[in-house]
Design a protein around this ligand. Sequence first.
Ligand code: NOJ
Length: 571
Amino acid sequence: MLKPALNALLCLIFTIPLCQAQKTGSEDIVKDNLWFKNSVIYNLEIGVFKDSDGDGRGDFDGLVQKLDYLKTLGVDAIWLAPFQPSPGEDDGYDIADYYGIDRKFGNGGNFTEFMFQAKKRGIRVIMDLVINHTSDTHPWFQSARKDKNSKYRSWYIWSKELPKDWNKGMVFPGVQKGIWSFDSTAKEYYYHRFYDFQPDLNYNNPDVRQESQRVIGYWINQGIDGFRLDAVPFIIEVGKIGSENPELDFKLLKDMRTFAQWRKSDIVILGEANVEPKQSKFYFGENADGIHMMFNFFSNQHLFYALASGDLKPFVTAIKETQDIPKASQWANFLRNHDEIDLGRLTDKQREQVYKRMGPDTSMQLYDRGIRRRLAPMLGNRKQLELANSLLFSLPGAPVIRYGEEIGMGDDLSLKERLSVRTPMQWTNEKNAGFTTADTAFRPVINKGDYSYEKVNVAQQSRDPQSLLNWTTRIIKLRKECPEIGLGTYSLVESGSESILAIRYEYEGKSLVILHNFSSQPQKAVLSADKSSRLYDLMSEKGDVTAANGKFSLSMEGYGYKWFRVDHVIR
Ligand code: NOJ
């Protein structure tokens, strides 16, 4: 009985918005406050986006030049890949100073100007937060390895002996040899879940937890709106680290959220945690008090299986299994990201089918579980590309686009590991794709084949109404006219065809039905009309469907997709 009274008192003492944001799970908070539930997020790496000074590498000033492009595309939030000082051995995911800007991209002034220009256009900024590990060049690690008595020694994880399971649980199997390596200066083994130049921080140590919050506080103060939290399951490993079933400390995530939210009430933490659906509730927090959002890796891999095989059932099961999350939490959906497509949660047989259709050559595969290609070359046809993107924008959650996917960029398999999908953005058909005026871009631009910058670039596609870029812009606009998707409730409905996925959303008396045909062949859909009388096609004036005998019957072309509003076009 005391609790509500105490809450009310706290609301009076502290600011109202803070209280609203701290209250979780209520209908009102979902509707009014949670910007991230329905935002279109665009992921980019500064170094390969746009070079402003002709040194061959992208920078903050170059990104500013392209903010109007992103605004016009319909982007609500940019997710910036790591931009802090780093030797760059893992493309910035090896940080050497949490409180700086890598000089390669500009300085603090350039960063601040970028933040101002983004905010001016109403674009929010989410940054990667890579705090599971540091670079081995980080002064903390350097001090830790050199001096047993350094306060930083216990910021990392050491062992005098080589642990028995030193070569189990690598994140990059086939490339990484183990998770413990010998440091010849420290004369002990140190723990690293990722590459050996990325020693893990020790979250058993309260000082490390405090420092991670300091990093969060610092960047919030620089205007950051959210964090893409890297490697979440490994940050929260506590107890005996490195064992096959480590204990996970979810309180760490709750404390992180509480801290971040006290500093900025509408902050978002978007977690990278490729976990089983039944685990996700611990990450979101049963009372929506953990991380706010998570990438839906589970659905993603089953979606790729469905695209490769036409067999929808495992994908339908994945959607159902990931349905039950707190109202104030949200999934982030994606097709491609900066890493390989991780197919590790499929059965061997399912994975083989995806490989066969999308990455048949071993050079296209990675880490015994994934494919290192971009979407357009993988699917190889515009119709299925549209189908996949229509799904991205209509599945339950918020859509995350990888830069270049909106124009159907290709990959460069001659680059190592995941660099294949990190080539410079293709702006024009001029030298180096208009990415840089330098003779040589620091990472090669794709200049051969069907996906070369001469054939695939923004300038050309902007002028072609039928281009993928203009199609993507239209579907983002449509998504924004359909708040039901990010904010409403949803159910999978019987479609009358094994190949057609039908999903229905409800929100504030508005309702949507969205259909996708996973077969390359035309299919008939038959939906129960219940008490509805008409489906209004949101993409074509000619596509409306009227109920007859309590049913909606309609034809769908191979790989077709349709978005309908039930009974009213607009309400
Ligand atoms: C996950 C990131 O997505 C990946 O690119 C990176 O290599 C590892 N974490 C290590 O930070």
